[in-house]
Design a binder for this molecule. Sequence first.
Ligand code: MIC
Ligand code: SF4
Length: 670
Amino acid sequence: MIDNPDLLVHNYNIVKKMYSEAISLGYTIAQKIIRSHLVSGEMIPGSDVALKIDQTLTQDATGTMAYLEFEAMGIERVRTELSVAYIDHNTLQNGFENADDHRFIQSVAKKRGIRFSRPGNGICHQVHLERFGIPGKTLIGSDSHTPTGGGLGMLAFGAGGLDVAVAMGGGAYHIPMPEMVRINLTGKLSPWCSAKDIILEVLRIMSVKGGVGRIIEYGGEGVSTLTVPERATITNMGAELGATTSVFPSDEVTKEFLTAQGRPEAYSPVFADPDAEYDLVIDIDLCNIEPSAAMPHSPDNVKKVREIGKIKVDQVCIGSCTNSSLRDMLKVAAILKGKTVAENVSLAVAPGSKQVYSMMAECGALADIIDAGARVLECACGPCIGMGQSPNSAGISLRTFNRNFEGRSGTADGNIYLVSPEIAAASAVTGYLTDPRDLGEEPVVTLPESFLVNDNMIALPASVEDAASVEVLMGPNIKPFPQTEPMPEELTAEAVLKVGDNITTDHIMPAGAKILPYRSNIPYLSNFCFGVCDTSFPERAKAAGRGFVIGGENYGQGSSREHAALVPLYLGIRAVIVKSFARIHCANLVNAGILPLTFADPADYDRISQGDSLSLPALRERVKNGEPLELVNNTTGQVIPLSHALSERQREILLCGGLLDYTRESGHNN
Ligand code: MIC
Ligand code: SF4
């Protein structure tokens, strides 16, 4: 008899897989792409699969670290089909730091065979969709919203910088094989309703942890009513579901988009087999979608605008990788045309790319937006990552973005509502949260048959011959990678911090204008670690030397920033014990050499208090042999059983002290 429930599930999955193969059940889109990129592993949910990666992208806030790591690997040229380095996050240069980082990334890109999207060219995900995405290909990016590419039928994952560095070196990307979810779209959106309202509805249904361990696939006849940028809004915010990624089919609409981008050759059809099997199916009738908002402070705190009522608004921000396409900007311009932004509202608009910006200028939409009183920003992440435009104290800000975590806007008591461009523009004019259906007839916008294509802001890498003479330029703000150490025989340390559920990476390692310029300076960043929860944490952690962090459900949701692992590593954190993890953060902890562990019984969370002394006896031996771990609470004398979902490769990485050491020591490149 098998009394281990994990083993039972594992065996069930193997039998299910054998059965599906025997009667040749069809494949989902994701399974097809995974299958065609499988380097090793079996497509059994939960087990480790290694994927060949066709394309990579980085942005500057995570890119400096990713390229430092790539340089540490000693590889001359990237081995992907395409790698692009974008500058879009740290564009507020109020000191030399960001400019130095840009120069560093630009020089590495030139030397190592990477395209460089210069500051001003736009937000990585928007530009990648326009200029580089290819249906059926794999992409990983050092940014959690990389799944935006799923709008084109790519299998695109957000990852830590080290994983991206390894993929640039030709190494495989490892994920636990996800379960498959199908969201079946029927009908058609009603006037004034938009793709943002669809993904908010999905978030309402599934919650911020509903996508963990799953790939969300969209299908059904409703799909053909959505343009590629609308699909990309939906796959973008799949990150907020905690999903491994989200993907749409590649169909005639995709073909039209790629043709309009002057890239018809990039098109190929990608569909799920009609008899594909899903672990969960959710039906959504687009006719029932209504204008909605995610209320403070979580993207799944969704209500219909009609239910929330007429709250007074202080600020409206339009843009971000979720809603900054030409379609969105033209809609906003049409709503603002001939009107004035309400007196007590500040409206900021950031187009997603240079292409969008110039096309708005060409057709007059930009003039309509400026004329209404909007503060037009450069095409970059800007307010979405707290780089300016923080709202007033206790201010209410409506944003077309994807995250409304507490403090992320730069105003600790700011109240952020996530909405569609239609709701944002309508509310900017009225001064209160407005259901755009109250404005009467919806203005119709038509997208051009071809986009303005000018890639002059994408610098090409040097040729292999010229690369040797390109110097990598490092500024004084770039500090070395934190010290790692092999896993000790056993670990005794203090529980230096205990936090609750849904801790985001914005809690662990905040962003914003004051801190972002130091993304390549871990010692400086460490002063702000967990600042949102407990400002004394950095000092206490340093004084303790080594420590544990204890957390609740969905620990580490949000960003892919590996700084949320590297900074705790620098502060001596050696293990994080929680009820459950968000995927990318858990992988980043392993890469940094920090043990991610879960309580076998979530109720045991209550058996640890901050300050308790904890031990993991026979740690190294047990991790080596894949045996279950026990935590001894030396303060109370209790023994707490732990579990983990570490693959054999991850255990080896942890034994070495992190992915960099593992790659160096073993010569492993996959
Ligand atoms: C974000 O939206 O939180 C970011 C900033 O784009 C991050 C990356 C980062 O922290 O640099 C993300 O989503 O991964
Ligand atoms: Fe940039 Fe915001 Fe998108 Fe992150 S979510 S990539 S900060 S626009």
